[in-house]
Design a protein around this ligand. Sequence first.
Ligand SMILES: [Zn+2]
Length: 181
Amino acid sequence: MDCKRSLHAFIVVSIITMFLISGHVDADGDSCKYSPGHIRLATGHRTRQWGQMQCCVYCGEPDETRDHLFFACPYTFTLWLNVVGNLFGPDPDPDWKITLQRMLGGTYERLTYILLRLVWQTTIYFIWRERNDRRHNGTVKSVDQLARLIKKSMKNRISSTRYYLKPRLQGLMQRWFQAHS
Ligand SMILES: [Zn+2]
């Protein structure tokens, strides 16, 4: 249960971070009431409700919903498969709700679970940042380019834990490399 509670807290922090980074605030200003199933991104689906049409910048799908971005979109799902490696087991699913259920209800070895949460948060951040870059700056990164940035960021984040000094985190970097070997 502690793990599940900490994952809920982690998801809330992730989403708030995303809003802070992206500069998007929900239309009704209700940015504190998050739950894992109700992430309120200012996706095209929502902005359409405000009278503005937006399609997915990655694949052209006309309805840019949260579920499409994470990870039903062919671009983002290919990216997710690339960066998550074997942390999620053999069959990561493109469905947002199934992904959340598996993160909340799955049984993972401790280091795997730490890395899974980290890579999930990092991937969502980079997908959202790339989405905004494409929309506002016209720059485009390939799946491989974005995957390299995510993996570099993961290595930095793992190093910043000073895992080698902490018995509970011993082997964290090794597990990360093993996930992609
Ligand atoms: Zn798409």
